[in-house]
Design a protein around this ligand. Structure first.
Ligand code: FES
Length: 76
């Protein structure tokens, strides 16, 4: 739950998609619900890998998660 930029709690950011260029000055919105955007400065991370979209070598820490019987279980 720690943004690698300045330590913001990533849980406060929206789960969302992101934009990508398709042609000169045109963008599409894609990857709905695959991204978490940091609430402090807007860095975007792939939810599954934790990789920052702008620089995949920068990563938020991730953990294995299972969903069972309506509960979410995190393995630390
Ligand atoms: S603290 Fe997350 S983008 Fe700056």
């Amino acid at each position: 739950n720690v943004c690698p930029h300045r330590g913001a709690p990533l849980c406060e950011g929206p789960q969302c998609g992101t934009t990508a260029p398709v042609e000169q000055a045109q963008f599409i919105y894609h990857r709905e619900n695959e991204i978490v955007r940091c609430a402090w400065h807007g860095w975007e991370f792939d939810i599954k890998s934790g990789a920052a979209l702008v620089d995949p070598s920068v990563r938020a820490r991730t953990f294995p998660v299972t969903v069972e019987a309506g509960g979410i279980y995190v393995t630390a």
